[in-house]
Design a protein around this ligand. Structure first.
Ligand SMILES: [Mn+2]
Length: 393
């Protein structure tokens, strides 16, 4: 069996107000072309199909068209789950009818316990859920109240879910899991003993690879770069097909694409297939003179790419209509930032802040935002507020 693994389409997403729909349509065309060229047996969309729980009508129409192309025009099965961005109940609409043409869609936890059976594999589709969803589900399943109340973290919930999924395993088949969570590598025991926090990120417990050991392959969604995959071979993020933010534009290593996963009785292999952006997102960080120097800008994909520009060493008071000027040279500018000339190093700033009195601090902040000092009236207002605050103390 050969599956195309993609995720995090986020149809309807915008980048600082600019619609990404055309970009998403262009990526979809390439995904479809890869699926056909590779003769895949199905397309997996591992969650975050839409960007929001209540997508725009444009987004709904676009996705509808995409799913029709895959499933009706090309008769390819679709294995799709809801991610944390999708509205699980809303996206669930039509689920039963869609299954008649092999468009399998799981958006609710309760739906995860019926794997799709192919002659040689079981495909488990576990949509995003949170501990509260798990509590509700297990309460309905008649789990004793004490045990339901003991579900606090996603780990608690996942332990129960995985135990139940294992009951469904067919020993004669390969097992594929499609899901939408942050999963981190399980570190070896020695490291684990020295650090209590190895499986915690930002104070939150995350899932770890070892919990999914009994699956032959895990197709993940949620993190937008395949480089975050927790395991080289077996547990992979497909990444989003489109760059969604300027941070991604900065990285040269974020090639977008899909995985072609071939599952046979004795081996599972994966091949990454790149997707080219229709409109690239280029991040520039230069001083003003460089930005308006033809020798520099003529090397850029003017009017073709989208630009995110940071003007360094910038004296705001000396320039007007910066955006308009840059737009005339570069075309679409989705993000414009400045680094002021007078900006001191972080260390200096911190030390200075410690030395400032409260009213000086407010004044300096006001100045850094507006470029002006507080007027006498404003200064008086700030003084009054500070006096009042001191009284409260
Ligand atoms: Mn996502």
């Amino acid at each position: 069996m050969k599956l195309l693994h993609t995720a995090d389409w986020h149809i309807g997403r915008t980048l600082n107000g600019y619609s990404l729909l055309d970009e998403q349509k262009a990526a979809f065309k390439q995904i479809m072309a890869i699926a056909l060229a590779e003769h895949v047996d199905g397309i997996v969309i591992a969650g975050d199909i839409y960007d929001r729980a209540v997508p725009s009508t444009d987004a709904v129409t676009t996705l509808d068209q995409m799913l029709q192309t895959i499933n009706i025009e090309h008769h390819l099965p679709i294995y799709a789950i809801a991610g944390n961005h999708d509205g699980a109940k809303r996206l669930n609409y039509g689920r039963e009818w869609l299954a008649h043409t092999d468009l399998y869609l799981n958006t609710l936890l309760a739906e995860a316990f019926t794997p799709i059976e192919t002659p040689d594999a079981q495909i488990f589709m576990l949509p995003f859920f949170d501990p509260i969803d798990a509590r509700v589900y297990y309460q309905k399943q008649g789990l004793p109240e004490q045990e339901v109340k003991a579900i606090h973290t996603i780990n608690d919930a996942m332990d129960l879910v995985l135990t139940d999924l294992k009951q469904l395993f067919d020993p004669n088949k390969r097992r594929v899991l499609i899901t939408h969570f942050t999963v981190t590598p399980k570190l070896d025991t020695e490291l684990d003993l020295t650090s209590e926090t190895t499986s915690k990120v930002g104070g939150l417990a995350t899932l770890t690879t070892d919990q999914f050991d009994q699956f032959d392959y895990v197709m993940l969604g949620h993190i937008h770069t395949r480089l975050a995959s927790p395991d080289k071979e077996r547990m992979r993020y497909a990444g989003s097909p489109v760059k969604f933010n300027v941070k991604e534009a900065n990285s040269k290593f974020h090639g977008k694409g899909v995985d072609i996963v071939t599952i046979t009785d004795d081996a599972i292999s994966r091949e990454f297939m790149p997707i080219k952006p229709q409109t690239d997102l280029v991040a520039l960080k230069e001083d003003w003179q460089t930005l308006i120097d033809p020798a520099f800008y003529q090397m850029q994909p003017l009017e073709q790419a989208w630009f995110a520009i940071t003007v360094t060493n910038f004296d705001r008071s000396r320039h007007l209509n910066v955006r308009a000027q840059l737009q005339q040279i570069y075309g679409t500018i989705v993000e414009l930032d400045y680094q002021d000339r007078q900006t001191t190093t972080d260390e200096q700033t911190t030390r200075k802040i410690d030395e400032l009195s409260p009213d000086e601090l407010v004044n300096q902040f006001f100045h850094s935002i507006t470029g002006n000092d507080l007027s006498t009236d404003q200064q008086q207002l700030v003084d009054q507020i500070l006096v009042d605050l001191r009284k409260e103390e």
